[in-house]
Design a protein around this ligand. Structure first.
Ligand SMILES: [Zn+2]
Length: 62
């Protein structure tokens, strides 16, 4: 059955999402074992400023 080979190589759904922790935009996708979510910051000055402000205030994002 050719289906087994297709599963091995058809791993498009097994990827990690890199999300902006500020605006939740998908920044990038990376190949991983299984679906994972990683949080980073996008290139937006607004997000970087907001993130820095949150950090300075010591507030944890919901
Ligand atoms: Zn952002």
């Amino acid at each position: 059955m050719g289906a087994e080979r297709a599963e091995v190589y058809g791993s498009r759904e097994n990827y990690g999402l890199v999300l902006c922790r500020c605006c939740n935009e998908i920044i990038d996708t990376i190949p991983t074992n299984g679906i994972k979510k990683l949080y980073s910051l996008c290139d937006s000055d607004r997000c970087r400023t907001l993130d820095r402000n949150q950090y300075d205030l010591g507030e944890k994002p919901a």
